[in-house]
Design a protein around this ligand. Structure first.
Ligand code: 5GP
Ligand code: ZN
Length: 141
C-alpha cells in the first residue's frame, strides 16, 4: 500500500479522481502532462505514494521516479526534438514547490534563449494544445 493524503491533488490524480493527460504508469510511479506548461511537452514524473519531498521519500522509490523521468525525457527527445531537457525537482516553498507530493518536472527546452526562469508563473495552458502534444508524446512512449 502506498501512503496517501486525501487532500492532495496528485494523490487524487493517482487515484483517478481527477483527470490527467497520463503518459505512463507502473506500480510505483505515474507521469502526466503539467496543466500549466512552461514549454510544450512539460510533463511530471510523480511517485504514487504521498511522500511530500526529497527528504521523506525512500531512496529506492526515488530511483524509480528518476527512471520514469528518464523514460519521459526519451519520449520528448524522440517526439519533440527539443534543443535540451531540464529536470527540476522542488523541495519546500523556498524552492518554489507548490504541490507537496514528490515529482520531477521534465522540461523540454525550445532554444538556448527561451528565457525559462526556474520559478515561472502558473499560466493556464491551452487544453487542446496540451492534448495534441500529449498524443504526440504517447506515441513515443
Ligand atoms: P511544483 O510547483 O510543486 O514544483 O510543481 C507543481 C506542478 O503541478 C505545477 O507545475 C502545476 O502546474 C502542476 N499542477 C498542479 N495541479 C495540477 C493538476 O491538477 N493537474 C496537473 N496535470 N498538473 C497540476
Ligand atoms: Zn499526495
Amino acid at each position: 500500500m502506498h501512503p496517501t493524503d486525501a487532500n492532495c491533488v496528485f494523490c487524487k490524480i493517482v487515484a483517478g479522481q481527477i483527470p490527467s493527460f497520463r503518459l505512463y504508469e507502473d506500480d510505483d510511479t505515474i507521469a502526466f502532462m503539467d496543466i500549466n506548461p512552461v514549454n510544450d511537452g512539460h510533463a511530471l514524473a510523480v511517485v504514487k505514494g504521498h511522500y511530500p519531498n526529497l527528504h521523506a521519500i525512500p531512496a529506492d522509490v526515488l530511483g524509480k521516479v528518476a527512471a520514469t523521468a528518464q523514460r519521459i525525457a526519451r519520449a520528448q527527445q524522440a517526439a519533440l526534438n527539443p534543443s535540451g531537457i531540464n529536470l527540476l525537482q522542488a523541495n519546500g516553498p523556498g524552492a518554489g514547490q507548490t504541490v507537496f507530493h514528490l515529482h520531477f518536472h521534465v522540461l523540454p527546452r525550445t532554444a538556448q534563449d527561451d528565457d525559462l526562469k526556474v520559478n515561472w508563473g502558473h499560466n493556464p495552458g491551452d487544453m487542446a494544445r496540451i492534448k495534441q502534444i500529449h498524443e504526440k508524446l504517447l506515441k513515443a512512449m
